[in-house]
Design a protein around this ligand. Structure first.
Ligand code: SF4
Length: 469
């Protein structure tokens, strides 16, 4: 029987000896960290000799890198697995073996239940164990139905292969670098502490090595990633714990790196040092995504957020004192158990008071196994929908106001890709806005000053006014 690997997001894994041209396809759902993990799984596959399958039908290895954040995440994955079971059977009848892997947070949360409900799955692997994918594939070929949802003591990152230069180039000029994983905060609504485990920080040298390698392959902007990134406390060369601000200062000195970003932060870990980095480090983009979730202290307490509205507003004031033009972004949950109309009005008041450049709002939905899932005071769907619509309207209004204020001014844009129209290139402003301008493709990977001539619904349009650098 022939065998190969398929990954959406283009990755690969251990090469079966009998295959001449094994292919892998990785499909990734959810957050930026899952995108990063999918790329790393692709590096594992490439190292093992797998090439990327462009279509799932051509893949000998299919990996679903799942996310548990969205509503009914598990049910959606089981529905997808049902279709893949049929594909696997069709391929079997054509004489080709397909290995089916479920990775990510649903794998961690559901474990062996996935095999029980969908026996076509060969491997279930959690986010802290995927570096073992080559070994798991060998095991599963001999005996399908392998589950690895451990939180191993070993450093996952040190076991992952370095990304090949050509793979980095394909991914573009802006890249993620995971610096921290897991979370110790235990917000009442969130599964992350259960699916990703306790906070673990990578050593400073490992982060800087990966950043330098990315820069060497043409990356110009790195986003330092972590579930709770500003809790970063990786060890330096002398074994001393180092905070995120020092890591940012060091990453910004990497030759070739022009911009540094970080996400996602918790208000409780917004140190003065980090705030001052926004004033002192020119390469640190003036953009901060700082989730607050609610404008009501009662709801924040029930969410176990460990901060009050006043704490959040104090951070906003200090960040703006350090960097007056900073673009602020946030996350909100509406319809949390027990949220009253008065609580929700306080959320609207907070948004009006802060003035966000962008923000994300979601209706609360229970995650099995979290404390909030057991709480009384459930909010009915029409109320949640009404609150969500009101909040989103306000957020959108603020986003448009922020973007319109750019018209007539100049922004430094990092060009990342060809534009939507012929002769256009597209990139990002320091404030994370999509910007399009007439210009040659040779600008991709360069920074140029752009005069903003129009604010369109989802992007800015501009004219390049200074040479690229
Ligand atoms: S800080 Fe973020 S990742 Fe951690 S439990 Fe709260 S919401 Fe989840």
């Amino acid at each position: 029987m022939s065998e190969s690997i398929v990954l959406e997001n283009a990755c690969g894994i251990a090469s079966p000896a009998r295959d001449k041209d094994p292919r892998a396809f990785i499909k990734s759902f959810g957050c930026q960290m899952n995108v990063y993990d999918a790329e790393r799984m692709g590096d594992l596959a490439a190292e093992a000799g797998y090439r990327e399958a462009r279509r799932v039908e051509d893949a000998d290895l299919i990996v679903l890198n799942t996310c548990h954040i969205r509503e009914r995440a598990s049910e959606k994955i089981f529905s997808e697995l049902g279709k893949l079971r049929e594909l696997k059977e069709e391929r079997r009848q054509a004489g080709r073996r397909t290995m089916l892997v479920v990775a990510g947070c649903v794998a961690q949360a559901e474990g062996a239940e996935i095999l029980r409900r969908q026996p076509a799955v060969d491997i279930v692997v959690g986010p802290q164990s995927y570096h073992r994918l080559p070994e798991l594939l060998r095991e599963a070929r001999a005996r399908p139905g392998v589950v690895d949802t451990d939180f191993p003591a070993e450093d996952k990152f040190s076991r992952l292969p370095a990304a090949p230069f050509d793979a980095i180039r394909r991914r573009g000029v802006a890249a993620f670098v995971t610096v921290q994983e897991g979370c110790d905060k235990f917000c009442s609504f969130c599964v992350v502490p259960y699916t990703r485990g306790a906070e673990v920080s990578r050593p400073v040298a490992a982060v800087l090595d990966e950043t330098a390698r990315l820069a060497g392959a043409g990356v110009r902007e790195v986003t330092l990633l972590g579930q709770n990134v500003n809790a970063y406390h990786g060890l330096d060369g002398e074994g001393q714990a180092t905070g995120l601000a020092a890591l940012i200062r060091a990453a910004a000195l990497t030759p070739g790196i022009r911009r540094v970003r970080y996400t996602t932060s918790h208000p409780g870990d917004m140190s003065e040092d980090l705030i001052q980095a926004h004033r002192d480090v020119p390469a640190l983009a003036p953009y901060l995504h700082l989730p607050v979730q609610s404008g009501s202290d009662a709801v924040l307490k029930s969410m176990n957020r460990r901060h009050r509205v006043a704490d959040y507003l104090d951070i906003v004031a200090r960040v703006r004192a350090a960097r007056s033009d900073i673009a602020l972004s946030s996350d909100f949950i509406v319809g949390y158990p027990g949220e009253t109309d008065a609580d929700f009005d306080q959320t609207l008041a907070l948004v009006r008071g802060v003035g966000f450049a962008s923000a994300y709002a979601f209706k609360y939905s229970a995650r099995p196994g979290t404390p909030a899932a057991e709480m009384s005071g459930r909010i009915d769907e029409p109320t949640k929908a009404r609150r969500l619509a009101a909040l989103q309207e306000l957020i959108e209004d603020q986003r448009q106001t922020f973007n319109r204020a750019m018209v007539g001014g100049r922004l430094e844009v990092l060009f990342e890709k060809p534009g939507r129209r012929e002769g256009q290139v597209g990139g990002r402003s320091p404030f994370m806005q999509a910007v399009f301008a007439e210009g040659p493709k040779s600008l991709i990977g360069a920074l140029a000053e752009v005069e903003i001539v129009a604010a369109e619904p989802h992007s800015l349009r501009g004219r390049i006014v200074s040479p690229a650098s």
